[in-house]
Design a protein around this ligand. Structure first.
Ligand SMILES: [Zn+2]
Length: 460
């Protein structure tokens, strides 16, 4: 997992011959393509498609931060009223995901997990960086030596090969962290791509020496891209100026009780907004009931897309371009109804499509797969009344981010939601979602694909 790798940067480096090992041991034997990640395009929720085979809304992991309106209203002392995975609460991620989903760590008998929190089912000995991760994240936060963290991950990987793991998941964090600190094209970021390429080379040569290279499926991909950020919208203060008492991180004790709104940011280019309804927190507001608030958001130069549910549970979407409604009908077809102009600027997208058609028609637009991604996210009971996606160049958090985010992700637009995919087998499918890799891995390793997987195998 080349966390934060952009599809276009990866492709450019590949075409220049700057990723020689990835070319030799993966792409030349298989396929390079681009895949659509998920909304929110942020680590944690965007790992769920790979590890659980489900969209984040469907395994109830709607963001890096979320708020449970019912528990907030009902219970004072519960660990599940709200969450931020930035910090120690990340240790609760495995308890937050829905029990119906099965992780690849639960399916395969011997596994290896490196620098990834979404690890339910990973045995103690297979999650080699369970504590090292906290140490490295704290150290990296202060000395910005994420290169050392990625090399430490490489060393753990190489040392673990003797245990013959059947499934191994390694997250390299340098691209994402150096992009946040600088920008996605900075030298330190590009060197992080090179370092991953080196790791792939050493891994492949080691597997070759062990005589196991040809029987090993190698996948290199990402969970999101990043874009440079020149301005931060203080969306919390904006809500407070509108009169809300807004619950938000890190000030969780300010409105431990008594908040009438919440703002839970991911990436930081996306946020979930929750508003207490006149009937109390238990009842979710419809999009139309919040129309004034929606319009005041759309008027903001930083805000791109706002979406919520109508009284029928259908998604309503609005941007300064236009408005529309989208839903999945009983036959599982995606229905799309524009009220005036298309909110995404889509041109000629049909009003009734199956999920693969929805991907095909939107893949080469500025908002690949946005319809299904918004629909899946708003299925989570922990999602906001409204979900907001920022415009390129902006994010939605102006305070408490130290160091400052010079690049962001989490949003719906192409540069943040499209990721590279390299795999050492030929794949047939033309348009790919990251959620397709879960059934593909199970298929190729001869395991049954659990019901409820959101993806389709790339090898038919
Ligand atoms: Zn990030």
């Amino acid at each position: 997992m080349a966390d934060g790798a952009r599809a276009d940067v990866f492709e450019e480096l590949l075409s220049r011959g700057d990723l020689p090992n990835i070319s030799k041991f993966i792409i030349d034997k298989g396929t390079f393509t681009k895949a659509v990640s998920v909304f929110p395009s942020t680590t944690g929720p965007a790992y769920a498609p790979f590890l659980l085979g489900q969209f984040p809304g469907r395994c109830n992991l709607p963001g890096i931060r979320w708020f449970d309106r019912e528990l907030y209203a009902k219970r004072i002392f519960s660990l599940y009223r709200f969450r931020s995975y930035v910090g120690l609460e990340s240790l609760l991620m495995n308890y937050d995901i829905s029990k119906d989903s099965k992780t690849l760590f639960e399916i395969f008998p011997s596994t290896l997990n490196i620098m990834n929190e979404l690890s339910r089912g990973a045995a103690l000995k297979s999650y080699r960086t369970r504590f090292l991760r906290v140490y490295h994240k704290i150290k990296g936060h202060f000395n910005n030596r994420w290169d050392e963290v990625d090399i430490a991950s490489r060393d753990v990987l190489l040392d673990s090969l003797k245990d013959n793991p059947q499934f191994a998941y390694i997250a390299f964090l340098g691209i994402d962290t150096y992009s946040h600190l600088n920008h996605p094209f900075h030298q330190s970021v590009i060197e992080s791509y090179f370092r991953i390429d080196e790791s792939v080379g050493i891994l492949a040569k080691t597997l070759q020496d062990m005589g196991r290279l040809d029987e090993t499926l190698l996948i290199i991909t990402s969970d999101h891209g990043l874009t440079p950020t020149h301005s931060h919208f203080d969306s919390v203060s904006f809500m407070n100026r509108l009169g809300f008492k807004t619950f938000h991180y890190p000030k969780i004790f300010k409105y431990y009780r008594g908040a009438d709104a919440a703002n839970m940011i991911s990436g930081n280019a996306m946020t979930h907004l929750y508003v207490k309804s006149p009937q109390g927190w238990e009842k979710k507001n419809t999009f139309d009931e919040l129309t004034g608030f929606v319009d005041s958001l759309i008027e903001r130069q930083e805000v791109d897309i706002v979406a919520g549910l109508d009284e029928k549970g259908r998604v309503k979407i609005k941007s300064e371009r236009g408005g529309a409604s989208a839903w999945l009908d009983k036959e599982g077809f995606l229905r799309y109804e524009r009220f005036n102009c298309d909110p995404f600027g889509y041109n000629g997208i049909p009003s009734r499509m199956d999920k693969e058609e929805a991907l095909k028609y939107s893949f080469n637009t500025n908002y690949p797969d946005a319809l299904l991604q918004i629909i899946q996210l708003l299925e989570s009971p922990r999602s906001g009344d409204l979900v907001v996606s920022a415009k390129q160049g902006f994010d939605l958090r102006a305070k408490y981010e130290n160091p400052e985010h010079c690049s962001s992700h989490g949003a719906l637009f192409r540069e943040q939601i499209l990721v590279p995919l390299g795999i050492n087998i030929k794949i047939k499918k033309e348009f790919v979602r990251t959620v397709d890799l879960y059934p593909t891995i199970l298929h190729l390793l001869g395991k049954p694909i659990p019901n409820g997987a959101d993806g389709v195998s790339l090898v038919g």
